[in-house]
Design a protein around this ligand. Sequence first.
Ligand SMILES: O=C(O)c1ccccc1N[C@@H]1O[C@H](COP(=O)(O)O)[C@@H](O)[C@H]1O
Length: 213
Amino acid sequence: MDVKICGLGSEQTVDVAIASGASHVGFVFYPLSPRHVGPSHAGELAKRAKDQRVSVVAVTVDAGDGMLDAIVETVGPDMLQLHGKEEAYRVEEIKDRYGLPVMKAIAVETADDLSGIDEYADIADKLLFDAKAPKGAVLPGGNGVSFDWSILKDLKGDWFLSGGLSPDNVQEALRVCSPGGLDVSSSLESAPGTKDPERIRAFFAAIREAEAA
Ligand SMILES: O=C(O)c1ccccc1N[C@@H]1O[C@H](COP(=O)(O)O)[C@@H](O)[C@H]1O
């Protein structure tokens, strides 16, 4: 199973995520986030991950071409994660401009939120289902909030699940639905923006236990 550890900000935690089994590492380019990293620091961390053959994902929110140009040039991501309100035409525009795989985040609270996914499924390389941000939240993701995973129980294909996943609930999530990948961030932190190596290891241990069951 693919596992993306998102919102990394230090060499040590990049190394711990990879040593624990991450297939993807995510860097957040959103100044309002405590996990925001500037392109040049992210470029160094990305090189470290790529040297270890792990995919680098750049997480952006309704970013314009100028910001995406800078990220693509400086960081050289393997994938762009679009975590804002990007419409399907914009997803297509970004794919055409950069020639990179794109993962589109879909905010879910109820089954109705899946009604528009077909137009994205035709364009995006992957869909990522995340919890809808709580009212008044500053961030569209990274809020540590889960949703009712049974909404996705019949969904086939190779999609990612995120939203409040943690070492304590990931086994239950995998009993309820069948994602091809998991994406996690805030539950693995000791403080907002600071990943905790022990929590990262515990997350992978819980996944391994679920896979062995
Ligand atoms: O993590 C952030 O700060 C962030 C900011 C803006 C957009 C997306 C962000 N993270 C993504 O949010 C989800 C869920 O995170 P969590 O595990 O609930 O904290 C995940 O896909 C991150 O890539």
